[in-house]
Write a protein that binds this ligand. Structure first.
Ligand SMILES: Cc1cc2nc3c(=O)[nH]c(=O)nc-3n(C[C@H](O)[C@H](O)[C@H](O)COP(=O)(O)OP(=O)(O)OC[C@H]3O[C@@H](n4cnc5c(N)ncnc54)[C@H](O)[C@@H]3O)c2cc1C
Length: 293
C-alpha cells in the first residue's frame, strides 16, 4: 500500500489528481475499520490528518466555515452557540476517542445513511466545499448524497470545508439507538428554526437510502406558524399542529428492516422524535425573549 503525505493543501489536491485512486484519510475512524475488519485494501492512502489548514474554523457573514479536519470535539467544545444541532449530534457520536479523531468531512464522505452529522447539516442548509485541480465547487448538502455510502465526489476531488449558516433560532437533534453511547443511529432527526426568515429546516437520518429532509413537514409547520400568527405572538403550539408535523415527518421516511431495527419501529420513533424536538425547540424560542422581526 502506497502512502502519500502532502505538505500542503495544494499538494494534496495535486496528488489526488495524479492518483485518483488514492483514498483520503483524516481521522481514520471509518477507513481504518474498513481496512482492519472489512478487508478493504486501498492501493494508496492520501493522508490529510496533519494539515493544519484543515483544522480551523471561521465565521463570516453569518456562516461558519468548518475546515475538513474539524472534529466532533471541536464542534461540541467551541461551536455549540453557532451550530447547536451539530453540537448536540456531535455529543452523541461514538466515544471521546472517536469524537477527538472523527471529522465532520469524513462523516460526509462516508455518506452512511446513519451518519450523525447529516441531519443537522440538512436542517441548517449547509454546503459542502469541494476542491480539485479543476477548481472549487459548492454542493448543497441535500444534493451531496447519491445513495447508501455514495456521494457526488469525483475521483479527483477532496472536501475542503463545510459551510454551515450560524443559528438564528433554536435547533434540536435527537437520536435513537440500542443504548445511550457508542451506537449507530437506528433513526435520528434534526430540527432548526431560522427566526428572521421564518424558515423551518429538517433532517432525517437512518430512515432512507440517504439522509433526507422532511420538506412537506417543514412547509406545513411554516404555514401553520404564519397562519396562526405564532411568530408575532409566541404561545404554546396546539397539539394538532405538533401531531400534524410529526405525521408528515414520519411520512417522509422510507426505511428498511435491518439488523438495527424494523422499518415500522423507525417510523414510530421518528414520529415521537419529531414531536419532542418540536416542543423542545419551540419552548426555547419562547423563553429566549426574542421575536422575529
Ligand atoms: C467505535 C466507533 C464509533 C462510531 N460512532 C459513530 C457515531 O455514533 N455516529 C456516526 O455518525 N459515526 C460514528 N462512527 C463513524 C466515524 O467515526 C465517523 O463517520 C467519522 O466522522 C469519520 O471521520 P474520519 O475523519 O475518521 O474519517 P476517515 O475514516 O478518515 O475517512 C472516512 C471516509 O471519508 C473519506 N475522506 C476523509 N476526509 C476526506 C476529505 N477531506 N475529502 C474527501 N474524502 C475524505 C475517506 O477516504 C473515507 O472514505 C464511529 C466509528 C467507530 C470506529
Amino acid at each position: 500500500m502506497d502512502y502519500l503525505r502532502p505538505r500542503t493543501w495544494q499538494d494534496a489536491v495535486a496528488l489526488k489528481t495524479e492518483n485518483p485512486a488514492a483514498v483520503p484519510i483524516n481521522g481514520g475512524t471509518d477507513l481504518m475499520v474498513e481496512i482492519k475488519f472489512a478487508g478493504r485494501r486501498p492501493a494508496c492512502l492520501l493522508d490529510l490528518s496533519h494539515l493544519q489548514v484543515l483544522k480551523g474554523w471561521r465565521k463570516s457573514n453569518g456562516t461558519v466555515e468548518l475546515g475538513a479536519g474539524v472534529t466532533y470535539t471541536d464542534v461540541l467544545e467551541h461551536l455549540g452557540g453557532d451550530l447547536p444541532a451539530l453540537a448536540i449530534a456531535s455529543r452523541t457520536v461514538g466515544s471521546p476517542q472517536i469524537r477527538n479523531r472523527g471529522t465532520i468531512a469524513g462523516n460526509l464522505a462516508t455518506a452512511s445513511p446513519a451518519g450523525d452529522a447529516h441531519p443537522p447539516l440538512l436542517a441548517t442548509g449547509a454546503t459542502i466545499r469541494v476542491e480539485s485541480m479543476r477548481g472549487v465547487r459548492d454542493v448543497p448538502v441535500g444534493r451531496f448524497f447519491t445513495g447508501p455510502k455514495q456521494n457526488v465526489l469525483e475521483p479527483d476531488e477532496l472536501i475542503r470545508a463545510v459551510l454551515v449558516p450560524a443559528a438564528r433560532g433554536p435547533q434540536q437533534f435527537s437520536k435513537v439507538g440500542t443504548r445511550n453511547a457508542m451506537v449507530i443511529a437506528v433513526v435520528s432527526f434534526a430540527l432548526a428554526f431560522d427566526k428572521p426568515s421564518r424558515h423551518v429546516g429538517t433532517g432525517i437520518g437512518s430512515a432512507a437510502p440517504t439522509p433526507i429532509e422532511a420538506a412537506d413537514a417543514a412547509a406545513y409547520l411554516e404555514q401553520e406558524l404564519d397562519r396562526g400568527g405564532y411568530w408575532e405572538e409566541h404561545r404554546d403550539l396546539p397539539a394538532g399542529t405538533v401531531d400534524g408535523f410529526a405525521e408528515r415527518v414520519a411520512a417522509a421516511a422510507r426505511p428498511i428492516d435491518d439488523v438495527r431495527g424494523p422499518a415500522g419501529y423507525r417510523v414510530h420513533a421518528l414520529r415521537v422524535m419529531a414531536r419532542r424536538t418540536l416542543r423542545w425547540a419551540w419552548s426555547a424560542l419562547e423563553t429566549d425573549g426574542t421575536h422575529a422581526h
